[in-house]
Design a protein around this ligand. Structure first.
Ligand SMILES: [Zn+2]
Length: 159
């Protein structure tokens, strides 16, 4: 999978221009071929420069965000979910303060990028052909969709 410009710079999709500039400098320093003496890192530097060029330009960034959204949508949700990464509900933790299952986003690393309540699980769960259930969840930061698999717990059986 191709990484986004945000991933290249290790940023969230809602980051500020200052954060982009800072991340760019840091990434560039740590990836410079002269510094780590590795030819392959020049590819990395190109990616970093390309990412910076797009993200530091308000208009280019806007267009890029739009294309990302389309790309993420296209990656599966409007279908059977094929092509989405599978996750288990076991990888989420339950946050009692907001009564929701939470997980950091594997793509943008947004804290609790994924979160949903038991009600959401019950409403949107789809029975899989073989065993267990699945729901689709979307990252609130980068709009990544993924599939969350879980078994039918006893408490759901009356629903
Ligand atoms: Zn995300």
């Amino acid at each position: 999978m191709i990484s986004s410009h945000y991933e290249t710079l290790g940023l969230n999709s809602d980051c500020s221009l200052e954060e982009i500039k800072k991340a760019y400098k840091e990434k560039l320093l740590s990836s410079h071929p002269d510094k780590i003496g590795d030819e392959s890192s020049s590819v990395e530097v190109n990616k970093i420069q390309e990412a910076y060029k797009v993200l530091c330009d308000v208009n280019l960034r806007e267009k890029y965000d739009e294309s990302l959204k389309k790309q993420y949508k296209h990656q599966g949700f409007l279908g059977s979910g094929d092509g989405l990464d599978d996750y288990s509900l076991d990888e989420f933790y339950f946050n009692p303060a907001i009564m929701e299952y939470c997980m950091d986003c594997p793509r943008c690393h947004g804290k609790d990028g994924f979160h949903f309540s038991e009600e959401t699980l019950e409403e949107h769960a789809q029975e899989k052909s073989k065993d267990g259930f699945q729901v689709f969840a979307q990252c609130s930061a980068c709009s990544l969709w993924l599939k969350v698999n879980f078994d039918l717990a006893e408490e759901y059986e009356q629903v």
